[in-house]
Design a protein around this ligand. Structure first.
Ligand code: PGA
Length: 270
C-alpha cells in the first residue's frame, strides 16, 4: 500500500485528484471506477475545477460506479445515478452513454445484471483506476463484512451499521433502501490501481484494521493489502490509529521525492 498522509480533507481531495488527472492525461481511453458517499465529493469538486481550467477532459473516459441501490429509479433523488449527475457528470464533458452504474430493478434478475456489469467492464478493457471510500465497518463498495473476497457484482443486503451511517442522508419521510447492487471484492481487485480516500475520526478504526489488521472478510478493505497498486489517502484523523506513523511519514517523503523525479508511477500510455 502507498499511504499518503494529509493534513485535512481538502488536501486528501487534492492528492487524490492528482492520480485521476494523471490517468486522464496519460491514457487515451481511460476507464475510471467511481464511488459515491460524502468522502469523494471534495475530489469531484477538484476534478470539476481541473476540467474548468482545461487541464483534464473526460470526453474519452468511460466510468463504472461501484454500486447502486436496488430497485431505485435513476431519476430518484437518492439514487447514485442522481448523485453522480449532481456531483460530477453535469459539470464535465463526459458522454453519459459511457457512464455505468449497476442498476437493477425489481423485475430484473440481479444475477444476470451482475454478470452483464462484469462483462461491460471487461469489454471496456478493465478499470484503470478505482476510487474507493471505506465504511466505518470496513466495507468497500457495499461489500459488507463477511463478503467473499472472491465476490463479483451482485445484490447485497446492507448491515445495520451501514443503514445507520447512511440514514443522515435520508429525510424522515423517505424509505431507506436495504439492498444494493455492488461490484464484488474481486471486481475491485481487478482494477489496475485503486485509490481509497478516508477522512475523519469515524473512519480511524476501519482504516487501522485495513492497514494494520489481518486480511479478513470481516474487514473487506483489508484485502487491499493484497493489491499491487493500492493508494490510500488519509487525513490526520482517519490515520490516527495506524501504528508507526513516523515510518509512514518518512516513506511518504521518499515517495514524493520519487514522484518529483519520475512522475507518478502510472498506467502505461495506450
Ligand atoms: P462516506 O461513505 O464517504 O459517506 O463515509 C463511504 C463508504 O461507505 O464507502
Amino acid at each position: 500500500m502507498q499511504i499518503v498522509l494529509c493534513d485535512d480533507a481538502e488536501q486528501t481531495a487534492r492528492e487524490a485528484a492528482k492520480w485521476v488527472q494523471a490517468l486522464l492525461v496519460h491514457k487515451t481511453r481511460p476507464v475510471l471506477g467511481l464511488a459515491t458517499g460524502s468522502t469523494p465529493i471534495r475530489l469531484y469538486q477538484e476534478l470539476i475545477q481541473l476540467y474548468q481550467q482545461q487541464k483534464i477532459s473526460f470526453a474519452n473516459c468511460t466510468t463504472f460506479n461501484l454500486d447502486e441501490y436496488f430497485d431505485i429509479a435513476p431519476a430518484h433523488k437518492q439514487s447514485y445515478r442522481s448523485f453522480m449527475q449532481t456531483q460530477l457528470f453535469n459539470h464535465i464533458d463526459i458522454n453519459l452513454q459511457n457512464t455505468h452504474l449497476p442498476a437493477c430493478s425489481q423485475g430484473q434478475n440481479p444475477r444476470l445484471v451482475g454478470l452483464e456489469y462484469e462483462q461491460h467492464i471487461a469489454a471496456a478493457g478493465g478499470i484503470d483506476l478505482q476510487i474507493l471510500g471505506i465504511g466505518s465497518n470496513g466495507h468497500i463498495g457495499f461489500n459488507e463484512p463477511t463478503s467473499s473476497l472472491a465476490s463479483r457484482t451482485r445484490l447485497k443486503t446492507l448491515t445495520a451499521q451501514t443503514m445507520s451511517d447512511n440514514s443522515r442522508l435520508f429525510s424522515p419521510d423517505e424509505v431507506q433502501p436495504t439492498m444494493a447492487m455492488t461490484m464484488g471484492i474481486a471486481t475491485i481487485m481487478d482494477a489496475r490501481y485503486v485509490l481509497l480516500i478516508a477522512t475523519g475520526l469515524g473512519k480511524a478504526e476501519a482504516v487501522r484494521q485495513m492497514v494494520c489488521g489481518p486480511v479478513s472478510a470481516y474487514c473487506p478493505a483489508s484485502v487491499l493489502q493484497m493489491h499491487e497498486h493500492a493508494i490510500v489517502v488519509l487525513d490526520k484523523a482517519a490515520a490516527s490509529l495506524i501504528s508507526d506513523q513516523q515510518y509512514l511519514k518518512v516513506a511518504e517523503q521518499e515517495n514524493q521525492r520519487m514522484i518529483e523525479i519520475y512522475g507518478l508511477q502510472f498506467i502505461a500510455e495506450s
